[in-house]
Structures are given as structure tokens and as C-alpha cells.
Design a protein around this ligand. Structure first.
Ligand code: ASP
Length: 455
């Protein structure tokens, strides 16, 4: 007999079916027992007599007849509440020992360490099942939108060279080049620009970004972005694509967007009005309704002074300044007043996307690095490949990356990024389930030419 899923059972009243899934709960009433069986679609009540002893969260197979429940026993809280399955046979497929915690509630009260150690159990709870399934729907809808606009999905390497995104790199030693290291990408920034040089014109990728930063509620070592880049575009055109994609994908998952089109504010206005560029536009009523309020911010300063007095970039060194300020940049004057073509998207107080029009003129990009204090040799070493590409026919281009996990966090009213990730790191920067970082074989270290010293 073929397997029937819980909600499919609704169409099989009076028929014999086979169900497979987890035993979410058992209620023994003397000889009669009630079982809630859970599968990927939901739960269904099964009832039987003299059943074998079986613990909750065991995986079972049930054969039985689908019957309508009497009107007074209908359970309106579940989709299959009008029916139940009269068990003829129960087979245990995998017996569960006692679980370290229950998986029926939301689980917010449980400690992070234990939940992430047994993340596969934690993920069984309805809330996390929903978060990850809706995440998948969101990504699918974003892809659908981008494909409809002629984008090509292209993967870029994970083993790469450091690209400055303002964070610390994770590095990977090279066995074939002892003493040399790859960097894991903080973003695909340079590769996606090189894809514009290659003539793809419209690229996107669901990209993993790895940044060695101190973990925070809305930030981990790894996060995923919908990363895109376009040739022959203005700032407004890129913003439009990102906005349309966001609205399309959010509405597909049933989210409510408070204001469309998204308001556009300058950085100066925002700082004067809200005192922060991660502000929340929602009214109290809108907060209660769980609406999402977006706003674009433009006209950020390109550079800011570090504590030591050196200039650093506020967002992305590959950005072009606004056209009116290009001459200041080239003359290295009024540096603090130069505005960048950067645009950031905020939603309910979170930064959820950011991008810019890039400088495709090698002399402009070089000038940025000079302002940042790089010597010629260092510029050549670190970014020579970009300057070369820009001398070999690279169209004007710009792009954006959306940290859609933060957007989903806002949508679900979740407080932590990990609630929308399958296997997140702990707050102390360790992996879920598998115990990493961990020691490696001494032999491997020798091969890599690495000696570990006490700090
Ligand atoms: N690379 C940038 C980031 O990760 C996004 C972009 O400018 O496209 O924030």
C-alpha cells in the first residue's frame, strides 16, 4: 500500500490507508489509546486498542481505516480535525529514547546550548518547521521574480581572496602552498563585478557570506544573501528591481507591507529625524498588526574617520561616488563630504539590503584605495585583478545584496537570526550539533606546515 500523508487522508474517508510519521503524543484511556501522528503536512489523530508500547517521537507506520469523527468530537484546531484513523496495525520504524527536551511548544524557554546540540530535534517543532518552509518559499519566489527579469543564477567560489567588507576574514590554509591562505568570502562582491565584465549583465546568487564578527542577535558568522548585480543601470533601476523582488516574494508568503512604494530618505534626513540609520517607520498599531515597514536610505557619506584619524569607507570601497562628487574624490578634497551612490534598505529597524553603483573606471577605484591609505604595491597586490578587468571593457554596473534572513526574522517577529537558519552557530560561535571548531589531526597540521602555539 502507498503512503498517505496526513491531510490527504481527508479525501479517503471509509478507505484503508497507510500513514508514516512521528508519534507526536499518546493518550492512554485504559485499553483505548489516542495517538497524534505527525508528518510533513501536519498531524492526524489515530485511535486503537492494545497497541504495542511506544514512546513519543518514535517513527511509526500505521495502517487503518479513515473514519469521520462524531460532530461533538471534531477538533477545529487541526486541518484533519474532522477525521481519525482507526488503527489496524502499528509498526515501529524507529524507537525513540527519552528526548532531552519536548518538541511540542515554541521552545523559547529552553537554553540555546541544548537546543543547538540537538538542533534536529528542535527543528521538529511547528514554529521552526514553519520558519524554514516559509524561508524556502521566499527564496523560491525571489528566484521566480529574478528569472522573469532575465537574471542568470551563477555560483562564485568559496575559497577565495580577502575582499574588504569591513569585517575580519575566515582563512583556510593551503596544503599545496604552505604558508599561504585562502579567505572565505565576506560576500561575492568582486566576483559578481567580474561577471559584469564577463558580459552576463544580470547575475544573482543565493550566497553564503562568512564574516568573523562577534555574534549578535541579528548576526552570525554565516548568513545568506540574495546577491545581485546588473550592467548598464542607474541607482534607481537597481533599487526598483530589489523593491519589486521584495514585494513579490513577501506577498507570496503572505506578509503585510505597510507602505508601497518604499519611501526614499537621505542619510542626512534620517539622522536628523531618527538619530540612527536603522530606524523603525511603523506606528504602534502597525507593530501590533505585524506589518513590515520599509525605507530606502541614500546619500551616505563615502568615508568616515577612524579613531586613529585615518579614512575608512562607510559601506563599500567599490562604490562610485555620486556623480557631482567624483571630481572631489579624484582631487582627494572634501573627503568627509563626498557622498556615495550606496543605497540601504531598512525594515522594522533592521538593515535588510544594501548596494551601490560601482566605479568601473580604474582611476576612480584606485583613488578610493589611496584615500583609504593603501600604497601602490598593496593596491596592485590586493585589487590589481579588478583594475585590470576595468581596463579590458567593463560596463557601468551596480548591484545589491539582500540579507533576507533578517527580513524573515522581522516577518515572523523572531528576535534571533538563528530562528530562520537550519543549523546556526551558538552565541559563542560554535556549530550546531557537530562540535566545531575542534582540534584536527597532527598529521594534517604537519602537511599544512602549521604549528599551533599557546596564546
Ligand atoms: N557586497 C555588499 C554586501 O555584502 C552588497 C553589495 O554592495 O552588493 O553588503
Amino acid at each position: 500500500m502507498e503512503r498517505t500523508l496526513t491531510t490527504q487522508s481527508l479525501e479517503k474517508v471509509g478507505q484503508k490507508i497507510k500513514l508514516q510519521g512521528w508519534l507526536a503524543s499518546i493518550r492512554d484511556h485504559g485499553k483505548i489509546s489516542f495517538i497524534d501522528l505527525r508528518d510533513r503536512q501536519g498531524v492526524i489523530q489515530c485511535v486503537g486498542q492494545n497497541l504495542p508500547k511506544v514512546s513519543t517521537e518514535s517513527v511509526v507506520e500505521i495502517e487503518g481505516m479513515v473514519a469521520k469523527r462524531p460532530a461533538n468530537l471534531v477538533n477545529k484546531n487541526i486541518t484533519t480535525g474532522e477525521i481519525e484513523v482507526q488503527i489496524a496495525k502499528l509498526t515501529i520504524l524507529s524507537l525513540a529514547q527519552e528526548l532531552p527536551f519536548q518538541v511540542d511548544g515554541d521552545g523559547y524557554e529552553l537554553g540555546e546550548e541544548v537546543k543547538l546540540k540537538y538542533r534536529y530535534l528542535d527543528l521538529r517543532r511547528a514554529r521552526l518547521q514553519r520558519n524554514l518552509r516559509v524561508r524556502s518559499d521566499y527564496v523560491q519566489a525571489a528566484r521566480e521574480y529574478l528569472f522573469s527579469k532575465d537574471f542568470v543564477e551563477i555560483e562564485t567560489p568559496l575559497l577565495t581572496k580577502s575582499t574588504p567588507e569591513g569585517s575580519r576574514d575566515f582563512i583556510v590554509p593551503s596544503r599545496l602552498n604552505p604558508g599561504k591562505f585562502f579567505a572565505l568570502p565576506q560576500s561575492p562582491q568582486q566576483y559578481k563585478q567580474l561577471l559584469m565584465s564577463a558580459g552576463f549583465e544580470r547575475y544573482f546568487q543565493i550566497a553564503k557570506c562568512l564574516r568573523d564578527e562577534d555574534p549578535r542577535a541579528d548576526r552570525g558568522f554565516e548568513h545568506s544573501q540574495i546577491d545581485l548585480e546588473m550592467s548598464f543601470v542607474t541607482r534607481e533601476e537597481v533599487m526598483k528591481v530589489v523593491e519589486e523582488m521584495t514585494v513579490f516574494a513577501l506577498e507570496k508568503i503572505g506578509a503585510k507591507i505597510v507602505k508601497k512604494p518604499f519611501p526614499i530618505l537621505t542619510h542626512k534626513e534620517v539622522m536628523e529625524t531618527y538619530g540612527s540609520d536603522k530606524f523603525d517607520l511603523r506606528t504602534d498599531a502597525e507593530k501590533k498588526e505585524k506589518g513590515l515597514a520599509f525605507a530606502w536610505i541614500i546619500d551616505f557619506p563615502f568615508f568616515e574617520k577612524e579613531a586613529e584619524g585615518a579614512w575608512t569607507f562607510t559601506h563599500n570601497p567599490f562604490s562610485q561616488p555620486v556623480p557631482e562628487h567624483e571630481s572631489w574624490l579624484m582631487k582627494k578634497e572634501k573627503i568627509g563630504e563626498i557622498l556615495t551612490s550606496q543605497y540601504d534598505l531598512v525594515c522594522n529597524g533592521l538593515e535588510v539590503a544594501g548596494g551601490s553603483i560601482r566605479s568601473n573606471k580604474p582611476e576612480v577605484l584606485k583613488c578610493v584605495f589611496e584615500i583609504l591609505g593603501y600604497k601602490d604595491e598593496e593596491i596592485e597586490n590586493k585589487f590589481g585583478h579588478m583594475l585590470t578587468a576595468f581596463k579590458l571593457g567593463t560596463p557601468p554596473h551596480g548591484g545589491c545584496a539582500q540579507g533576507f534572513e533578517r527580513l524573515l526574522m522581522a516577518n515572523f517577529g523572531e528576535e534571533y537570526l538563528r530562528e530562520v537558519q537550519a543549523f546556526p552557530q551558538t552565541g559563542r560561535g560554535r556549530t550546531s550539533v557537530m562540535d566545531a571548531p575542534s582540534e584536527v589531526d597532527a598529521k594534517l597540521l604537519t602537511e599544512l606546515g602549521i604549528k599551533v602555539v599557546e596564546k
